[in-house]
Write a protein that binds this ligand. Structure first.
Ligand SMILES: NC(=O)c1ccc[n+]([C@@H]2O[C@H](COP(=O)([O-])OP(=O)(O)OC[C@H]3O[C@@H](n4cnc5c(N)ncnc54)[C@H](O)[C@@H]3O)[C@@H](O)[C@H]2O)c1
Length: 422
């Protein structure tokens, strides 16, 4: 994906897009955080990329009230036909199919009257062009992870969202995992005191978990970096109020040497510091044999929790001094209100223990009620830009890399998200 392509596609999208591009970076009158959304009773959706993830998201969408899937797009005509069948089987009108090649999503965006375009394409190089095309033609955009692969592309999403006043939401389902939301709730209730440190990692022996799918293109390039950071950083960023009173300041990153024929590193480890003087350790560990574990450690002045391994210690509350206890009693007392209310539906629809259903449900509810989604374009940019920052740091003997302030100082005044749906 080159800038030439993006510029051309912008120009193809008429006066609004051309004017938006010409404005350049910075100094816009209205910011994306100010989007004045009116409630949308029936949310009209277009879906681009109907592979394994896209089909799963489509199934979830078809189970939600007042959602109409109006258009579907994929490179593979059979996948488009299968998606159309799924929609008609759910007693909705047959959606228009788009399968005339890699840029047919532009025709979809130009032609269809939609409220939301969701994209679940692979390779990732299409995520930004699809989100940008959606927003510049008047639709909200939702993208699978990562939202973008470069800092420049993160800015492109932010600027487009601000200029068009459309939402651009990255569908970070891990933010809705049961244990993540439990921690979120306990953090809001002050159980850990003042947060000082978090730790998370995408630790998933993906090569064994998912052998190469025939015909599936590889991601753009192998990167010696944390090339899949959003599942780990998303929950941590929400706990730490990032972009809402707090901000990631800089990171340093280091990679273990690659083994065998692989050209990118075995394990990437990064350290992030916030402007409030807290630290985060982040792992990307997908090449060596190991059980799956995202860690989700949170630590404050009063205690610590290792969420995925079911351990917690709260000074003065845990029965034995300096001894872990299980989270069981905490689930009874601090289960997140969203999980209390929706766990049965979320789990029935499966997918990452219910997180996949909740991320979609929350976005659709936000559109239907005219309220801001839980995650915005600044989150998408801040969480996704870690790939390029870690890549540059690794390449230069762990040189510190500053996080861009995608909010342009608005983080100082935007309030924390609070207890979601609580
Ligand atoms: N949030 C999660 O837990 C999670 C889990 C799995 C995958 N994902 C993400 O979902 C996305 C899709 O992954 P997948 O596993 O479904 O991949 P996949 O290869 O199974 O499906 C991708 C689909 O996109 C289509 N496609 C590619 N370029 C296109 C274009 N220009 N226009 C239209 N269609 C296009 C392909 O034909 C394919 O059908 C990726 O971004 C991945 O990172 C997220």
């Amino acid at each position: 994906m080159t800038n030439q392509f993006d510029r051309r596609s912008f120009m193809k999208h008429g006066a609004l897009a051309a004017a938006a591009w010409a404005l350049g970076r910075g100094g816009f009158a209205a910011e994306a955080a100010d989007v004045k959304a009116v409630p949308i009773e029936h949310v009209r959706v277009g879906l681009v990329g109907i592979g394994s993830r896209g089909s799963h998201l489509l199934k979830i969408l078809l189970g939600l009230e007042n959602v109409k899937v109006k258009a579907v797009c994929d490179l593979v005509p059979e996948r488009v036909a299968k998606a159309q069948e799924m929609v008609t089987a759910a007693k909705q009108a047959q959606p228009t199919g788009y399968s005339r090649g890699e840029t047919d999503f532009l025709r979809l965006c130009d032609t269809e009257e939609l409220d939301l375009v969701i994209n679940a394409t692979r390779p990732w190089k299409w995520h930004v062009p699809i989100s940008v095309a959606a927003m510049t033609t008047g639709k909200h955009a939702a993208t699978e992870v990562p939202a973008a692969e470069t800092v420049e592309d993160c800015w492109k999403l932010v600027e487009t969202a601000e200029k068009t006043q459309k939402y651009c939401v990255m569908l970070e389902n891990c933010c809705y995992f049961r244990e993540v939301m439990l921690v979120h709730h306990m953090v809001r209730k002050g159980l850990f005191g003042e947060l000082r440190h978090c730790q998370a990692g995408y630790q998933h022996y993906a090569l064994r978990a998912r052998p190469a799918v025939p015909g599936r293109p590889k991601e753009t390039k192998a990167r010696t970096a944390n090339s899949y950071p959003t599942h780990s950083i998303g929950p941590v960023a929400q706990w730490m109020d990032i972009n809402r009173g707090n901000r990631f300041d800089y990171l340093v990153s280091m990679s273990a040497d690659p083994t065998g024929s692989s050209s990118n590193a075995d394990i990437n480890t990064s350290l992030i510091r916030t402007v409030q003087g807290q630290t985060v350790t982040l792992y990307y560990d997908t090449k060596l044999p190991r059980p799956y574990d995202l860690i989700y450690r949170v630590q404050g002045t009063r205690g610590i929790c290792m969420a995925t391994t079911d351990k917690i210690y709260i000074e003065g509350r845990s029965p034995k001094r300096d001894t872990w206890e299980s989270l069981e009693a905490y689930y009874h007392e601090f289960e997140h209100p969203l999980w209390k209310a929706l766990s049965e539906r979320a789990q029935r629809h499966g997918g990452h223990g219910g997180g996949d259903w909740l991320v979609m449900h929350r976005l659709i509810r936000a559109l239907q009620t005219g309220t801001p989604p839980d995650m915005d374009v600044y989150d998408a940019a801040t969480w996704s830009c870690i790939t390029e920052l870690t890549e540059k740091s690794v390449a230069d003997r762990s040189r510190p890399m500053d996080f861009p302030d995608f909010t342009r100082e608005r983080w100082k005044t935007v309030p924390p998200i609070g207890i979601l749906g609580g």
